[in-house]
Each structure stands twice: as structure tokens, then as C-alpha cells.
Design a binder for this molecule. Sequence first.
Ligand SMILES: *Cc1c(COP(=O)(O)O)cnc(C)c1O
Length: 382
Amino acid sequence: MKSIPLSGPDISEQEIDAVLRVMRSGRLSLGSEVPAFEEECRSYMGSKFAIALSSGTAGLHCIMKALDIKDGDEVITSPFSFIASANSILFERASPLFVDIDPETLCLDPEKIEEKITPRTKAVLAVHVFGMPCEMDRLSALTKKVGLYLIEDACEAFGGTWKNKKLGTFGKAGVYAFYPNKQMTTGEGGMIVTDDGELADEFRSLRNQGRSLDDNNAFVRLGYNYRLTDFQAAIGRVQLARIDEILAKRRQVASWYEAELEKCLWIKLPPQTENAEEMSWFVYVIRLAEPFRQADRDQLRQHLHSQGIQTGCYFPAIHLSKFYRDKFNFKRGDFPRTEEVSDRSLALPFHNGMSRGDVAMVCEKVISFMERLEAPSAKALR
Ligand SMILES: *Cc1c(COP(=O)(O)O)cnc(C)c1O
């Protein structure tokens, strides 16, 4: 039986050659590959500065730290995200102020932000979930009007745009991630972009043990080791040079899924941008239609696994995870739209190694199972 993984990096001989070249150079960290990668990212995004880090999470942490978000402060964000976005707020002992999602975009609902703001609110951390852009016009206008920092977690949206401007470049700072399931990878890694030169300098110092940028022996703030290695940066440079090809292939796999699944009544397709070119596909997440519940999703998942098809639950609601429940007393019902989407979502295999035949095979298994599944009111829909 052929097994189909959930995700997989798109690595060519060029990335492998690039790693070997750096390995043979003897300069594995603090060499010339990282600044070259930063310059290429900066130019691709159209931002003034780009700072490479060891992960997207490290980038989020540095942004919180550099914006002086601390004990007692609040940051508005979405409970429907990968947990790192909310965790980064807790690193500096600030609190996440969750706002439920817009069921169309699955991103933070701009409508619901203003009523949540308190005197301790410092920032809005917008997450472009699954690569789907948040409504940046409204978020930019709102944060400007009320005087909050706008931060973008663009870890799932590398290369995506909103009205021709790259996601990640709208606010005070934005961050991308390069874990192997993301659009492009460096193994582990991240990148912050910003137009603020002082902030950029602070990020460079924070990632390198709090060093002064002029004197390697002067430590001027509490810092971390959040550096990216040169062989990782070398992988990233090749991936970035191939990014149009990589994103186009992902778009193609997504369009194959759409063609196969749009005829199935039981399945809701993932949100996407009006202009297909603006979308940077991170994952392919379907939702079971209304009569179906979490238990049905879990059954479908089990069935697909028994057929060698890997799937993922993206995302478990952050506020319902054990740690957040214990710390903040969150309970089921607190963010109903997030819970409803989360309960019925399933990420299907999605990566550039997939053929049209692979997609057809996955969809055939999904559709035939859904047609056999007895949901409470499924018959009524027929
Ligand atoms: C992947 C991801 C991160 C974290 O990136 P890492 O590089 O894995 O630390 C943060 N936020 C979101 C929304 C992500 O998907």
C-alpha cells in the first residue's frame, strides 16, 4: 500500500550542493551566508530590514521583547493558530487577549477587536492562518486609530500578498518560519522583517546574546542564542531563488484538490483569496459540513490512516489546550467559532511531491468514506 505523508520539503540537488559548499568552507556560523540570505529576503519582501533567526518562534519572542511587551500587558490575537503565536506573548509574561475568528477567513475578526481593548493592551498579533491573509486594510486602520502596534505572524504565509503588498510587511514587524512543513524551509529557521532601523538593530543584538553590534565583547541587554547557521541560510537562499516555482506547484496541488472535492456536499473547502495569485498555500485543510461533528472527523481521520494517508488536526483551539485552560480558566464555549471550525477540520496531505494521481486517490478515499458515514442528520441533507 502506498503511503502518503502529510507534508514534505521541496529539496532539489541545488540545496544539497549549497549545504556541501558551506560545510567545505569551514565557516558554519556567523559567516557570509546569513547576511546574503537576509538581503535577498529583504528585497523579495520589499521591506527595509530582514533579520534571520533560529526559528519563527524565536522571531516572535524577539518582537515582543523589542516592543517592550511585558508583565501585565495584553496582546490581542487569535485562538485559532499554531500555539507558538500565543506562547510568544507569555514568554514575557504578558497575556493573550483572544478574539474569535471570522468564519470566512478563519483569521481574527476585525469587527470584534475594538470592544476588547483595555488600557493595558499594547498590540495586535495578526496570524495569517493557513496562508489566508487577514484583512490588512482594516487591521492597519484600526491599530493606527487606537495606537496599538500591529505585529504579523506570517509564519504560514511566506510569499502571500494582500493587494500586491507582501504579508508580513504591514505592521511594526512581521515574522516568517522555515520549518520543513512550511512553504520554504531551512530545516529550522525564521526571519523578521521591519522598516524600523532601531528595532532591526535590537533584533540583531537579541539573537546574538545581547551583544553590542559594534563591540563583540560588550553585552548591552539580556539576549539569547537565536542565530541561524550558515548552512541553513544557504538552503534558504536556494529555496528563495526557487520560491515562485515552489508556490506555483503548491497552488497547483491545491487546485487539484479543489477540482476533486468541490462536488462533495459533505465537505467545505479551505478559504482562499479572491485573486488566486495572492494566495501562498501552507496546508490543505477541509472541514466537514454542518451535520457532522468532531467524532465524524476523527473517524474519517482514522480511516485515512488505515489507508496509509497521513492527516493532521489543524488547529486544536489554543484556549482549550491543557496549559491555557489551567492558566487562564478557559472553557469550551469561550470562542465558539474557533471551536466549531477546529472540531470539524482535517488537514490532508499537501506538498510538492504530490502527483495528480496522489490527490485523486486521497480524495476518492475521503469522498467514499463521507458517503458511507452516518451523521445524525446527514440523511436529511440528501
Ligand atoms: C510554524 C509557526 C510558528 C513557529 O515557527 P517555528 O519556526 O516552528 O518556531 C509560529 N506561528 C505559526 C502560526 C506557525 O504556523
